[in-house]
Design a protein. Structure first.
Lengths: 253, 253
DNA sequence: CAGTGGTCTAGACCACAAG
DNA sequence: TTGTGGTCTAGACCACTGG
């Protein structure tokens, strides 16, 4: 190598048949990192099979295999005749979607709305600090709200957002809006995946009042950590829903 | 076609390129039905890629694609150098596995045991009749038991089995045994998949006594329908577990 | 060693979308 | 018409398993 005109290291990452990892797996990792680096953006088309095949110097069959893996993981979706696109996570699988609204009816037609009860800024400690990976003493924006559907209060929740990322958030009216598009469009933090934990409990007096149920009635706690690009946690949420409206289903195969 | 020597219709089902369905998908269906018909049995090896390719008159690549689909569905598993095998369902994903035993420890080392509280034969009605698809007035074997781990009573459950299929079951000692191998080996009914429903609740006096918790404490109800070959329901189960030991996790991508 | 599945190639033809 | 992904083929070579 001479001093000038050395090839920039990050110009075009390549696959290498001499590495023990299969080529399609190397390709999976490269594509994943392109998405994380925002070189290929959510909902946008990525290069075609033929282009990827040419750029990375592997056969179309190998590209197909890599894209199949990422499609199965829900990171990409493909449309015949149109192209391959970067997917968003599918919150149809969230626990929150399993609260039934009126005797088992599907909620698809109804408009969800929410009522904000409280806004504050507090230091993030304990579980919040841990989930959001905050520095000691770092502050979070805390929102308390109740989510209402067809006039039925269904879910009462705390939402915690790192103030470092979301400063100015309190100026936004969120009573009719979805939160995740705001995280993405206003703060540049798209939610690309999330994890949830479910636990049962019983209603205390405040919860029972807000959800219009009896104290001591069964409730469901759902804890959610939502992650942005690069697995950066951007939201911690603690939701409490009516147990009498909750039924969750799995298939075991 | 002449009168004698007509080809037996069921000798060798074949794929047909003229059908609109892709060949690999036809192959998926054929393999699935072989398993349902018990021509290829649980845990046993099925023919190799080369054999399937030859028998069905498609390329090895097409066979690979069909086997990949069935592997992703959990119906087959493959081992390099050994072969392709018919899988059993993986109950690691069952809700029942999410009851923690002692402050989050993994239960893998411990031996589960169960204590049978009651055995009876009753007419199957309502939800039981519906889940097991019973004729009107058809009887079921009903078992009440408590499942214990490390001396901690964790789950209290009713199990319902169609008497038509499981006559003689009451003679078997099930306190130390797993039920599903008995269904398979003694009654010829392997469980090939199951579905579960989860609901929260609060402990009544009997439940609280059996599970050694307070009346009114949170509990989890799990309803399970287990299916044998050909989607025949063979077991309906209604389990109640300690809510304070339950925590369920999902990832959303 | 022979037989298995795992990876990879280079091509062909098709169905679908959009201009 | 062009370009996309979806299906299918025929073959090569490799890695792993078990006798």
């Amino acid at each position: 190598m001479n001093g000038r005109a050395t090839r920039p290291i990050f110009l075009e990452p390549q696959v290498d048949p001499r590495r023990p990892q299969p080529l399609y797996q190397q390709l999976v990792d490269l594509i994943r990192s392109r998405i994380t680096m925002q070189q290929w953006k959510l909902d946008e088309m990525i290069p075609s099979e033929n282009e990827l095949s040419a750029v990375y110097g592997v056969s179309v069959g190998t590209v197909k295999k890599a894209l199949a893996v990422l499609t199965a993981e829900g990171i990409l979706y493909r449309r015949q005749g149109k192209g391959t696109f970067v997917a968003r996570p599918d919150f149809k699988r969230s626990f929150i979607r399993f609260f039934r609204f009126n005797s088992g009816e599907e909620p698809d037609g109804a408009i969800p709305c929410s009522q904000v009860l409280e806004y504050s800024v507090i230091p993030g400690v304990g579980r919040i600090q841990n989930a959001l990976r905050l520095e000691t003493g770092e502050k979070v924006l805390r929102i308390r709200r109740v989510r209402i559907l067809r006039k039925v209060p269904l879910v009462l929740e705390w939402i915690y957002l790192p103030q470092r990322i979301f400063s100015g958030f309190e100026k936004i009216d969120i009573s009719q809006a979805l939160l995740y598009p705001i995280y993405d469009e206003t703060f540049g933090q798209p939610v690309v995946w999330a994890e949830e934990f479910l636990e049962p409990g019983i209603a205390d007096s405040e919860t029972s009042e807000r959800l219009e149920i009896q104290p001591g009635a069964p409730i469901i706690h759902v804890e959610r950590i939502a992650y942005s690009l690069g697995d950066r946690p951007v939201e911690y949420r603690n939701s409490t829903g009516r147990g009498d409206r909750f039924r969750y289903h799995v298939e075991i195969r």
